[in-house]
Design a binder for this molecule. Structure first.
Ligand code: NAP
Length: 260
């Protein structure tokens, strides 16, 4: 299927690895010019070089920036002032017992996973509406539907972001600007490896034991891949997904036990 977005421009945040990289790869494969963003310049450039080789017909550029800061977000929009597609993503907040969370932890999570993301979105929407096309996908978490033990900051920030996006989606729809959230369940990335290590201390188990327990709890009996996640993200950025907005979509191998 041709996704109808060849020649469009995208900003993909958190694109040096994991789900952001999978999304950048899938968009580039559809002919989209991609600005890849992450903090570590070396890792970002290495990922971009691989992608340039895989997709030589599109422009792959990079911006090493911390999205939790206004300066970082300024740098992103200086590099790509008029994106047609915005994939909003960053690392998740730390796993920590909720009794030990302090003000600094909350402010850091707010800047990284809620306020910083709303600012990225706000900077994109006016131009998207004027041009009559925009696709915004936020990468949040299955914790939006099913809050997770030990991920309390994540639970709070993701729900806030999804609710914010739902609220603004109605005013954007008439301009062919959609905003939806992808809710990953367990996907095999560095972030997941870190969670197994953090949980192992809380559970008195080895990271390998936590990993096996986690895999067995997924009905699909496997973790998702960044590649399949990326292809789904690219579809949500396609012309074909234009009538879908304000939605949350779980990609979790069937782990969520409820209906909606
Ligand atoms: P990941 O493998 O840790 O990748 C995170 C990416 O974001 C990296 O490119 C990282 O590069 C970049 N990044 C982190 N903080 C940033 C910042 N402040 N500014 C700019 N770039 C930043 O994570 P992932 O597994 O792909 O997960 C992506 C999102 O989905 C996270 O929010 C995660 O919590 C959520 N999620 C993941 C899973 C899963 O199973 N993997 C499940 C539920 C939710 P730098 O460190 O160089 O900046």
């Amino acid at each position: 299927m041709d996704l109808g977005i060849r020649g469009r421009s995208a900003i993909v945040c958190g694109a040096s690895k994991g789900l952001g990289l999978g999304s950048a790869q899938a968009l580039a494969a559809e002919g989209v010019n991609v600005l890849m963003v992450a903090r570590s310049a070396d890792a970002l450039e290495a990922a971009a070089e691989d992608l340039r080789r895989a997709a030589p017909d599109v422009a792959i550029t990079t911006c090493a920036a911390d999205l939790s800061t206004a300066e970082g977000r300024d740098a992103v929009y200086a590099a790509s002032p008029q994106p047609d597609i915005l994939v909003v993503n960053a690392g998740g907040p730390p796993v920590k017992d909720f009794r030990q969370l302090n003000e600094q932890d909350w402010v850091a999570a707010l800047n990284s996973n809620l306020y910083g993301m709303t600012d990225l979105i706000n900077r994109a929407v006016t131009g998207m509406c004027e041009r009559g096309f925009g696709r915004i996908v936020t990468i949040t978490s299955a914790s939006v539907k099913m809050p997770m033990v030990g991920l309390d900051l994540s639970n709070a920030m993701r729900s806030g972001l999804v609710s914010y996006c739902k609220g603004i989606s109605a005013g954007l729809a008439q301009h062919n600007v959609t905003i939806n959230s992808l809710l990953p369940g367990l996907h095999a990335t560095e972030r997941l490896d870190g969670i197994f290590v953090a949980r192992s201390a809380m559970m008195g188990k080895t990271p390998g034991e936590v990993e096996e327990l986690s895999r067995n709890q997924v009905p699909a009996k496997r973790f998702g891949t960044a590649e399949e996640f990326g292809h789904f993200c690219a579809f949500m950025c396609s012309t074909h997904a234009g009538y879908m907005t304000g939605q949350t979509v779980l990609l979790d191998g069937g782990a969520y036990p409820g209906l909606a």
